[in-house]
Write a protein that binds this ligand. Sequence first.
Ligand code: NAD
Length: 286
Amino acid sequence: MSDFLQLAGKTFLVQGVANKKSVAWFIAKTLEEQGARVVYAVRSEARKKSLEALLAGKPVFLCDVEEEGACERLAVEVAAAGFAPLHGVVHSVAFANYSDGFKTFAETQRKDFLQASAISAFSLVELARALKPHLTPDASVVTIGISSLVVTPDNYGYMGPIKAALDSCARFLAKSFSADTAVRFNVVGSGPLKTSASAGIPGYLESYLYAEKMTYRKRALDTQEVANTAVFLLSPRSSGVNGTTLVVDAGLGANYFDKDIIRLAMRPETPASPEQSPSAKIQTPK
Ligand code: NAD
């Protein structure tokens, strides 16, 4: 059987598995299905314990990116355990403190913004820098961003600007590393998914269901679809792609004027007419 993605026998570090819904979990599983070896990095000993059944027998390292020096320690431990060189790295980590519920962006507290920036954006820089000596010369680094950096969802709050910083960090890393390596950095710009991170966003379910109606296909994005794109970016088949955000949103971002949504907003009393609106049968999520 042909190995189109050429991932068999290669080693990847995947950071950010929290459970079986995590983007990182889908990416790791897909890499393993392609014959790659996956080395995992999780946030805490408690998380490692809770993942024991999922990750049993697989190499799992600890790395809480909020701690200064954690990425350096991870790099040393991964190399000492014989997993270097790495052919690629997945950074799929984010944190925002939504414990006070919904707040407008202007009310963002300095400590929350700085903490979320360190964990969700700057950690990519620290991870890449620490792992640099342990990467193959043409390794691929992928992080998970959001599908649009110009939309302003009320409930996403300060994570919007922080995700913009993550995107920009990936591009600047691509440039920095190009000075002496062929290591690539790319972002998968994902539309809304159902994971534990998104469940923490105030009012997320309604936003998610709305986003589903805004896709061209009227069906929400699958986490597997995001993972497939990440795996392509990790593979040598994407060798010409560097410093880019590949948007995976099922058309959501371009569908400003969807006739079914316009009807629901402007004439909610008018039922959808199959003749006027053949695509008006908006599917409810599974
Ligand atoms: P998730 O909760 O499964 O994964 C987030 C991970 O970040 C968890 O494993 C968590 O342990 C880790 N993390 C948080 N703080 C950390 C720390 N201090 N040190 C190390 N790890 C830490 O949720 P997910 O949706 O799989 O999120 C993965 C990525 O996908 C995030 O960057 C998220 O912003 C991005 N994303 C998610 C969606 C969505 O709708 N879920 C959409 C676009 C982008």
